[in-house]
Design a protein around this ligand. Structure first.
Ligand SMILES: [Zn+2]
Ligand SMILES: [Zn+2]
Length: 334
């Protein structure tokens, strides 16, 4: 049966009728399948949560042990049948534990991508196309202007700046979940083996990634005593802390930010970012359009982001495409 006959868009989000569960609901529900740990997809207070073990661990870290009454871990590629709906999870290359949810019912299959990217990332498994009749995709950076450069180029800019301004503390705004750990790995890949300093808000998720086996190298938390001594060092903080009272204790901080939005000069300027680094955990325009080809589903539904451009492109390329206009999935801080 075609998925359009058993998938509904409800106020709490996308709902699977025969399975009686939601995918990434934006308000508390009885049963939720959660694609990944970012706050706009993973919320506390559901009766039951099904997700990868890594996503469940991230949710417990962020929301506490009582984030849900019942947890069901499902590994990539494993299947579980819920009231006639066969569910499986597949990697998306977005962050640790992130998954596409594939639902099959009565001969029809639909895949919810959640957020994804196609580039190799040592902090998570590579995106795997899964066969389906309907592919549900994000569209955060779905404009041809969004072309993310190789991460190595952006890291080289940061290291060059560090060399040029050794008296300045290099303060980099990064999202605490995913971007932070990926940036640390990229610095290590580029041969930077010095201690990296972290805002206190990054620590628990960094420790969680380490507990999953990631080798992030030496790091230390910034304390009030330590802060004035960090000239020539790299400090990572949440984007919101770049220009707040906390950062004023750092010696002559040079502000950088790692985000796909840094492609937009005006946005970097508005946020007071001196060194914009275009590093994104979302697919850029080419990755999005390539993914439609790789997945090969005849029908494409677009959840959030720049849906017009992607729907238009998909339609022109022979896909049956539509926008779902889902609200509540903000990737502002991505
Ligand atoms: Zn995300
Ligand atoms: Zn998202």
């Amino acid at each position: 049966m075609h998925p359009r006959r058993w998938i509904e868009i409800r106020p709490a989000g996308v709902y699977c009728v025969p399975g009686d569960f939601y995918i990434d609901p934006t308000r508390p529900v009885d049963r939720a399948v959660v694609t990944h740990g970012h706050a706009d997809h993973a919320r506390a207070g559901h009766g039951a949560v099904l997700a990868t073990a890594e996503t469940l661990a991230i949710m417990r870290t962020r929301y506490g042990e009582d984030m849900t009454a019942r947890e069901t871990p499902l590994a990539y590629g494993e299947t579980l049948t819920i009231q006639g709906v066969t569910l499986s999870l597949h990697p998306t290359g977005h962050i640790l534990g992130s998954a596409q949810a594939r639902l099959e019912h009565d001969g029809g299959a639909i895949v919810f991508s959640g957020d994804y990217k196609r580039r190799p990332d040592p902090t998570c498994a590579l995106f795997e196309p899964a066969p389906c009749d309907v592919f549900v995709t994000e569209a955060t950076f779905a404009l041809p202007v969004f072309m993310h450069p190789p991460i190595g180029e952006e890291i080289a800019k940061l290291l060059a700046s560090l060399k040029q301004f050794p008296e300045r503390c290099h303060l980099v705004g990064v999202y605490a979940l995913g971007k932070c750990q990926r940036l640390i790995m990229a610095l290590r890949d580029a041969g930077y083996d010095e201690t990296i300093y972290l805002h206190g808000a990054m620590v628990r998720l960094v420790e969680l990634y380490e507990a999953q086996g990631l080798k992030l190298g030496p790091w230390e938390v910034v304390t009030p005593q330590l802060a004035p001594t960090l000239a020539g060092k790299i400090v990572l903080c949440p984007p919101g802390a770049l220009n707040d009272r906390w950062s004023r204790k750092l010696p002559d901080a040079l502000t950088a930010a790692a985000s796909g939005w840094m492609r937009i000069r005006a946005r970097a300027k508005q946020k007071g970012v001196e060194l914009p680094l275009v590093i994104s955990d979302h697919a850029d325009w080419n990755e999005l359009t390539q993914t439609l080809q790789d997945v090969g589903a005849p029908e494409v539904w677009v959840t959030h982001g720049r849906d017009d451009a992607l729907v238009h492109h998909a339609t022109q390329n022979g896909f049956d495409a539509k926008a779902l206009h889902l609200l509540g999935y903000e990737d502002d801080s991505e």
